[in-house]
Design a protein around this ligand. Structure first.
Ligand code: ATP
Length: 207
């Protein structure tokens, strides 16, 4: 993972005809971690989805060295498969050994859920299974959207340990959260509405 890098320049996002943010710059290298902060609806998830290649930026560029893994609220695990099979499905797509799954389930403290269908998991268990997918992927660049949502205090702290291990191995973590996270940040970006948009919003408000 020593060559991992993420560079964002002049990034702007337009959604639903509204400019969410403009001029976001960020440069991360091996071992770095950054948080995208800001209130609900400001565009944190949208920024991560742009970095993941799932949304097109309105302006700016994203350059990434190394594979990217996104964990967000849309858990991409087949609800009708067991946790083990759902992770194996993605391991085959990501072309990584399925033997990694056992270690990832241990890391997330859910080995007992391997044979449980995804649809039967609780919110926190589902989040841990989604994080297991990120671990199994072996991707150096982790994009974590509200990673502590649904996790109990101990699990959130344990995730901090996994993030630290990933960074020590040269990985990069970019997390979106309106709350402080359980690990230290090299950079925190507070997203803000562009000035013009704020003017428009004020004009739109009823008197
Ligand atoms: N598919 C979509 N089409 C149009 N607008 C969208 C779409 N998805 C989200 N939006 C809008 O984009 C804005 C930013 O959403 P986003 O989910 O990126 O914000 P966020 O900062 O992650 O919010 P939260 O903290 O609530 O998760 C919101 O105003 C939302 O309504």
């Amino acid at each position: 993972m020593s060559g991992a890098a993420l560079s964002i320049r002049g990034l702007a996002c337009l959604r639903g005809g509204r400019l969410l943010f403009t001029g976001v710059d960020l440069a991360l290298g091996p071992g770095d971690s950054a948080q995208i902060a800001g209130p609900n609806g400001i565009g944190k998830s949208s920024l991560l989805r742009i970095v993941a290649g799932l949304l097109r930026p309105f302006a700016g560029t994203v350059q990434c060295e190394g594979a990217v893994a996104l964990t967000d609220e849309l858990v991409a695990l087949d609800r009708d498969r067991t946790v083990q099979d759902a992770l194996a499905f993605w391991a085959r797509i990501d072309e990584v050994p399925v033997t990694r799954i056992a270690a990832a389930l241990d890391d997330l403290d859910i080995p007992h859920l391997a044979d449980v269908p995804v649809r039967m998991l609780s919110t926190g268990q589902r989040k841990r299974a989604a994080l297991a997918r990120t671990l199994v992927s072996g991707a150096p660049v982790w994009l974590l959207d509200e990673p502590a949502n649904g996790l109990d205090t101990a699990s959130a702290a344990a995730l901090g340990g996994l993030v630290d291990r990933h960074r020590a191995a040269g990985g990069i973590v970019l997390a979106a959260s309106h709350l402080p996270l359980a690990w230290a940040q090299d950079v925190t970006i507070h997203l803000q509405r562009p000035a013009d948009e704020m003017g428009n919003m004020e004009e739109d408000m009823p008197a």
